[in-house]
Ligand binder design. Structure first.
Ligand SMILES: [Zn+2]
Length: 286
């Protein structure tokens, strides 16, 4: 009896094809992120961002106490340099500015010694809402506008299969999703394509960043989660390239950083896609 050769690809073949697909897509994403970073608009955006200080924890707390809705804060002259003017009568937000000093003293033995130190003085800063003038350059982070009900339902099942509860809520404050360690909230006010992209991103955080985060920075964690979401969405036909490349660039990612994490990203993509396939085949048998 002769057997008929199977025309269906073997599991090993499928696995090798998936690996190639993941590598190829991540390479495209890495190049897209570098292109975004090289664009004029992004450079202008960064130049403006660099004029805003990263305030210490203590100063951030002082700003939040005095002006809870503050979004961008700078000194009077810094606003002028950005083409905006603090409105007359606006009350400044008081914070403490570090002032380093260096003093020369002469010791009893007649030697000159230099003493360095730091004191803090109270200064006023202002929120953008207290100023008028030129618009600051923004860098667009477009939402995914289409529907992707099928992919969303697949990803919900992947989460449940992993014991992660998913809730859909109006999160407000421009939030798209939150990974809470064992549960995920997704903003329900966006189209299902955006919700699917968000859920894939938060799933990656749950898998990669809830334990053993070690020395991983927030920038790196966002790069990893968004790269996973990008390939998972594209694999199921949802194009999220513009949002993903802009998102990673805004979190200070680039192709080098992406390649450094390639192994962790690829493994997570595989495990989510494999879960989706297992769910599909269980459905087909049922
Ligand atoms: Zn994230």
């Amino acid at each position: 009896m002769t057997s008929i050769p199977s025309v269906r690809p073997s599991a090993t073949q499928k696995s090798a094809e998936l690996k190639q697909e993941i590598d190829r897509r991540l390479d495209i994403l890495a190049k897209a992120v570098d292109q975004v970073r090289a664009s004029e608009l992004f450079k202008q955006y960064l130049a403006v961002q660099s004029r805003f200080h990263h305030y210490s924890w203590h100063n951030s707390w002082l700003i939040a106490m005095q002006c809870p809705d503050a979004t961008r804060v700078a000194g009077y002259r810094a606003w002028q340099a950005l083409g905006r003017q603090v409105r007359k009568g606006e009350k400044g937000i008081r914070i403490f500015a570090p002032c380093p000093f260096k003093r020369e003293t002469t010791s009893q033995a007649g030697e000159t010694e230099s003493i360095e130190g730091m004191f803090f003085k109270a200064v006023s800063v202002f929120d953008i809402s207290q100023t008028d003038g030129e618009e600051l350059p923004e860098f667009p982070l477009p939402d995914v506008e289409c529907a992707a009900d099928n992919l969303l339902s697949k990803l919900i099942q992947v989460a449940h299969h992993r014991g992660i509860a998913v809730q859909f809520k109006n999160l407000g404050d421009g939030l798209f999703g939150v990974s809470k360690g064992g549960s995920i909230d997704v903003d329900c006010t966006h189209p299902t394509g955006q919700q699917a992209k968000t859920l894939a991103h938060e799933l990656a955080h749950e898998i990669l960043h809830k334990t053993n985060r070690g020395a991983l920075t927030r920038n790196m964690a966002e790069l990893e989660a968004e790269s996973v979401a990008y390939v998972v969405c594209l694999h199921f036909g949802l194009d999220v390239e513009v949002r993903a490349s802009h998102y990673i660039a805004l979190w200070n990612g680039n192709s080098k950083a992406l390649r450094e994490s390639l192994d962790r990203i690829s493994k997570t993509i595989r495990s989510i896609i494999d879960d989706c396939s297992a769910i599909e085949s269980r459905k087909a048998v049922a």
